[in-house]
Design a protein around this ligand. Structure first.
Ligand code: ATP
Ligand code: MG
Length: 660
């Protein structure tokens, strides 16, 4: 960025927490002061929320930056912390997972049930020759076995690499090969969009190219036909017949827990390595703090897939380490009807809901009548993750899901950070729609300019993390150089001679500080647009478009322009009932261009707006602007392997060449 990001959006609404929630919150305002007084002592106390077999000797070893070691010398078992200790505390009969299959079949697993299944899986993996340090790939639908498989790996010290069940054979092959996985855990298939969707053929294709794989464990979910080889073992014949007795061994705090690839929104996915003690400490603490989770009374539901980091930290490790009761759902939000999510909230009396902006915007597109048809009164905290949430989507979420009064926590974090970093606290923060607000207690973040200097309030630039944190990535698997280059070489000591000083983590996201010093995420640094010498944020222009009553979702990109350097090209999805054909469409486009100019100023007026039925998204639901930029600049498309639905791009490209 040649100059600070322009600060165009002026959002002044602010919502304090409900009084009762504030009075009874798990974490109150004093946590910020406590952590500021002694950050490491604060994290030691949070680590103390877990059961350790051996106490650590040193909280943080930062002698070889940016390679951190947390809770050095400490030992613990992650699965013991998520299961055994709750069962030992007499909570074996408590529900861990209310599972809802897409076709409507259900299962209830208590902590004792999940413990038993995990112990059996641990024994079965051991029998297959898996030992501590081996890698196991997990390619499963959203069924309880996915959580049990992850916990079984953690239990025996094997490093899991979960690959989202929607990925192709090539993506799976790359991930298995990158980690040299010894075992793959999969299923015959899962249910998606109302029908069985096979997984085993994809695994067969991948395993044929992966000599490291010795065994494949197959859960029977759909009952569909599967090809069988001598490497294959049915889960029900192997795991479910194994002994339920298993004593968890402690592992070093820095033992590798999992590898997980980033979503691939901006580039080739990176295999992020997380370790044991620091990761669990922060995943567990943030679940307790950010969702105000009360394990005795809450019913928690995170709608993410286990294949993303959100599923790792906020379906498996965070909620289970806290002993929570949660809902797990296998399918899509519109199967068999568009009210499915709200039906599930109503059925299980969900109290804490954690979902993504893409889903909220989809619900906006479908209309508020749908959530209005269900009893959502059990809800008390709402969360958002994955992309910046446009202020209008935030307001819609609070209004139509949160009965006009619930706190919405907009949580900023990444696969790399392992856990939530910047977010409101639901019982403390008077949240502003569209802002992630402040770094959590114990976290140090800042917004800096090109030179790495902290920008004043009101300024924009790059989001950085200025102190190591417990759940930070330890490296990119097998590629320390890419780790150093991607995250540590932009600012601070990692930038080489001359810059001196401390190590600064470059997150790759643009951000601004408002007049109160609150943090607003402005989109990927790679996506920032430079129009007539002004850096303009994609998020701000998109939020302006979404604030128009006819628009549900929007994406903007900067396309090369002979006069302005770059010009703003926008793609907008109209809300459900909006007329878009012929003249009505032309009129809407003209209105939208003027609406943006009025909201943000003439500099942000899009040169061109296309009305589209869908946007290109990653499989985790993030908008892939780089593909839209390729279209806007009439280039052939870059890497599309993480794209959810490739036909979307064909539609958009056809519309574009039609010259709208
Ligand atoms: P890749 O790194 O491969 O391009 P990715 O960044 O999408 O993929 P993730 O780790 O899943 O992979 O996503 C983290 C990113 O998601 C953040 O860097 C940020 O851009 C975005 N993000 C997540 N939560 C928020 C949020 N609450 N507000 C704004 N942006 C968010
Ligand atoms: Mg990223």
């Amino acid at each position: 960025m040649s100059e600070a990001l322009a600060n165009l959006l002026n959002e002044t609404r602010q919502f304090p927490p409900p009084a009762e929630l504030a009075a009874n919150a798990n974490v109150k305002a004093d946590a910020y002061d406590e952590a500021a007084t002694d950050r490491l002592a604060f994290w030691e106390r949070q680590a103390g929320r877990l059961a350790w077999s051996k106490q650590w000797e040193q909280t943080l070893d930062w002698s070889n930056p940016p390679f951190a070691k947390w809770f050095v010398g400490g030992q613990l078992n992650v699965a013991y912390n998520c299961l055994d200790r709750h069962v030992e505390a007499g909570l074996g009969d408590k529900v861990a997972i209310h599972w809802e299959g897409e076709p409507g079949d259900t299962r209830t697993l208590t902590y004792a049930d999940l413990h038993k299944l995990t112990c059996q899986a641990a024994n079965a993996l051991t029998d297959l020759g898996v030992t501590a340090g081996d890698r196991v790939a997990i390619y499963l639908p959203m069924i309880p076995e996915a959580a049990a498989a992850m916990l079984a790996c953690a239990r025996i010290g094997a490093t899991h690499s979960v690959v989202f069940g929607g990925f192709s054979a090539d993506a799976l092959t790359n991930r298995i090969q990158d980690a040299s996985a010894k075992v793959v855990i999969t299923a015959d298939g899962g249910y998606r969009r109302g029908k069985p969707s096979a997984l085993k053929p994809t695994v067969d294709e991948a395993v044929a190219k992966c000599p490291s794989v010795e065994h494949v464990l197959v859960v029977r979910r759909t009952g569909g036909d599967v090809a069988w080889s001598e490497k294959d073992h049915w889960w029900h014949e192997t795991v479910e017949t194994a002994s339920p007795e298993h004593t968890a061994q402690p592992f070093d705090a820095e033992h590798p827990l999992f590898i997980l690839y980033t979503s691939g929104t901006t580039a080739r996915p990176k295999g992020i390595l997380h370790t044991t003690g620091g990761y669990l400490t922060q995943a567990s603490y943030t679940t307790h703090a950010v969702f105000d989770l009360k394990p005795e009374t809450d019913v928690y539901w995170c709608t993410a897939d286990i294949g993303w980091v959100t599923g790792h930290s906020y379906i498996v490790y965070g909620p289970l380490s806290n002993g929570a009761t949660q809902v797990m759902y296998e399918g899509t939000p519109d199967t068999p009807h568009k009210g499915r999510f709200w039906e599930i909230v109503d059925k299980y009396k969900v109290t804490v809901l954690y979902t993504a902006p893409t889903l909220i915007r989809t619900m906006m597109k479908w209309g508020e009548d749908i959530p209005a048809g269900y009893d959502l009164s059990s809800l008390r905290v709402l969360g958002s993750v994955g992309e910046p949430i446009n202020p209008e989507a935030w307001i819609w979420y609070r209004q139509h899901v949160g009965h006009g009064e619930l706190p919405v926590v907009d949580t900023w974090w990444q696969t790399e950070t392992g856990a939530i970093m910047i977010s409101p606290l639901p019982g403390v923060t008077a949240a502003k729609p569209g802002s992630a607000m402040s770094p959590l207690p114990g976290i140090a973040a800042d917004v800096v300019d090109d030179q790495g200097q902290s920008v004043p309030n009101g300024g924009g630039g790059y989001l950085v993390l200025t102190e190591p944190w417990p759940s930070m990535l330890r490296t990119i698997w097998g590629d320390d150089n890419r780790f150093l280059e991607t995250y540590w070489s932009r600012f601070g000591a990692g930038a080489g001679s001359g810059s001196g000083g401390d190590w600064v983590y470059f997150a790759g996201d643009g951000a601004k500080k408002d007049d109160d010093g609150h943090v607003w995420l402005l989109g990927r640094v790679d996506d920032v647009m430079l129009v007539s010498g002004h850096n303009i944020s994609t998020t701000e222009v998109e939020s302006a478009l979404v604030s128009h009553p006819s628009v549900a979702e929007a994406a903007v990109v900067g396309a090369t322009d002979p006069t302005t350097g770059q010009a703003i090209v926008a793609f907008a999805i109209p809300r459900g009932s909006v007329e878009t054909g012929g003249e009505a469409g032309e009129q809407l486009i003209a209105d939208l261009r003027n609406h943006v100019a009025k909201t943000l100023g003439p500099i942000a007026k899009p040169r061109q707006i296309m009305l589209v039925p869908e946007l290109p998204k990653t499989r985790s639901g993030k908008i892939m602007r780089r593909l839209l930029r390729d279209v806007a600049e009439h280039r052939s498309l870059g890497d599309v392997t993480t794209l959810q639905d490739s036909s979307v791009m064909e539609l958009i490209a056809a519309g574009m060449s039609g010259g709208k």
